[in-house]
Write a protein that binds this ligand. Structure first.
Ligand code: UDP
Length: 487
């Protein structure tokens, strides 16, 4: 029997690969005629190489020959001064430069026994629509972010047509149809305030409309307002909500990870060893149900020592048990925790807390001792937290995390606000969130009567059901399979 093949071209970053790889696995499991080929673009300098390790692991456990991972040669990066103007534009330009490589790879790696029925790209790869058009097959967007974020990118051109410019942080709250509450301009993504970033996303959003379908790692019942808003937009292709997709085995990027207590000297070198991860889980095994606060800030989140001191004070004052995944900026003067944290903190909290570098996040969220998650609100982290019914405390740092935090607190009510508009700064003096603010949010989320706790738990169950036979995501995937088989 000849196979029907989808070619995937994701943005080369581990947090973009997690859900799209999972999606491909679900897809080929759904229909035995389907197979998938991933074309992995090499990240442009100065981005790290953790993608290679992730793909190596995926290749080793992919189902026979039905999912292939092919890494492409390096393409020419855009001039490095583009990075300073807009990181999203820099990456988008680089990905556009990769089009000839992608086209060549599709042609030269053609399976003898299969017919290509579509190309699936993610957020910053909309230029790949040109390749699909040239080779004569349809393209689909797989969005690793939320429906809310997608709706915001569509709204950007409307705002510019009406107001004639990008956003300012001083603009009044904005009514954006994808959200049910007015949005404070301070929570909009950084790219929305910069011309180059704004243009880049307006262009991507316009191209998303050229696709034959949009797949999103969300659940219709979870982001119901946003999903209905997309579904009722006549300018958009069909939207398929196929989440929640998460990778239960934790990935440890080789260059981001850290060692564990008592210092973070290993942080530039390697991931935690399995035994370090096991130690964390063993420690959790001894804690009461829903008593532990987990703090983790994505693959890139770092804090300067003065902020870490405030965090330590808040943890100690609130008396909460904790697992704290901590990473320091590359320019930190010391990695010795004893020199950074308040005197005696490590000693006093040695029974009630664990400080680690890279954390086995999904295992921690899955553990019954985990009661809440202080998160930077990256979409994968949100998906993982909701899947396991863990309520979130919002501390956004970069990318679209501020608008995610806003949506979680105001529209979806599964999170407590610690901050909605904090931005991690690479240079200059970052804002310091005081211990009092953090302590208040911790006490609020750890209160067993807290309504967000209940809602997060209920939403977790709803989201799990969505993937079961007859559930909304199950049906959505079925609709997508029917569409591609008919194309
Ligand atoms: N992650 C982890 N341990 C860490 C930090 C991150 O396992 O110490 C994983 C986390 O489970 C998630 C991903 O890395 O799957 C981060 O993705 P997300 O979209 O939340 O944030 P990003 O890194 O893109 O900002």
């Amino acid at each position: 029997m000849s196979k029907l093949e989808l070619v995937f071209v994701p943005t080369p970053a581990v947090s973009h690969l997690i859900s799209v790889c999972k999606f491909a696995e679900k897809l080929v499991n759904r229909d035995e005629r389907l197979c998938a080929t991933f074309l992995i673009i090499r990240p442009p300098p100065p981005f790290d190489a953790s993608v290679d390790a992730y793909i190596k692991q995926k290749s080793s456990d992919s189902q026979g020959s039905r999912i292939r991972y092919i890494t492409l040669a390096k393409a020419k990066p855009p001039p490095s001064d583009e990075i300073g103007k807009s990181i999203d534009r820099y990456i988008s330009l680089y990905l556009a430069n990769c089009r000839p490589l992608v086209k060549e790879a599709i042609i030269s790696n053609k399976r003898p026994d299969s017919k290509i029925i579509g190309l699936v790209f993610d957020m910053l790869c909309s230029s790949m629509i040109d390749v699909a058009n040239e080779l004569g097959f349809p393209s689909y967007l797989f969005l690793v972010q939320s429906a809310g974020f997608l709706g915001f990118t569509f709204y950007m051109s409307i705002w510019r047509d009406q107001v004639g410019r990008e956003f300012n942080q001083s603009d009044a709250d904005v009514k954006i149809p994808i959200f049910s509450h007015p949005v404070p301009s301070k929570v909009l993504p950084s790219f929305a305030f910069i011309k180059e970033g704004y243009d880049t996303f307006c262009n991507h959003a316009a191209r998303y409309k050229e696709t034959k379908g949009i797949l999103i790692n969300t659940v219709a019942e979870f982001e119901s307002h946003a999903v209905n808003s997309l579904a009722s937009d006549p300018e958009l292709p069909p939207v398929y909500t196929v989440g929640l997709l998460l990778d239960a085995e934790n990935q440890k990027p080789s260059t981001q990870a850290a060692g564990s207590r008592p210092d973070l000297e290993n942080q530039k070198g390697k991931g935690n060893s399995t035994s370090e991860d096991e130690e964390i889980i063993k420690w959790l095994d001894q804690q009461p149900t829903a008593s532990v606060l987990f703090l983790c800030f994505g693959t890139l989140g770092v804090f300067q020592p003065p902020q870490l001191v405030e965090m330590a004070i808040a943890l100690e004052r609130s008396g909460v048990r904790f697992v704290w995944s901590m990473r320091l900026p590359a320019n930190a003067e010391t990695t010795k925790l004893k020199e950074i944290l308040p005197e005696g903190f490590l000693e006093r909290t040695k029974n009630s807390g664990v400080v680690c570098g890279w954390a086995p996040q999904t295992d921690i969220l899955a553990h019954k001792a985990t009661g809440a998650f202080v998160s930077h609100c990256g979409w994968n982290s949100i998906v993982e937290s909701i899947w396991y019914g863990v309520p979130i405390v919002t501390w956004p740092l970069y990318a679209e995390q501020q608008i995610n935090a806003f949506q979680l607190v105001r529209d979806l009510e599964v999170a407590v606000e610690l901050t909605l508009d904090y931005r991690m700064q690479q240079s200059g003096q970052p804002e310091i969130v005081k211990a009092e603010v953090m302590e208040k949010a911790i006490r609020c989320i750890m209160d067993s009567e807290n309504p967000q706790r209940k809602r997060a738990k209920d939403m977790g169950e709803i989201c799990r059901k969505a993937l079961m036979e007859g559930g909304s995501s199950f049906i959505s995937l079925e609709r997508f399979v029917e569409t591609i088989l008919d194309s």
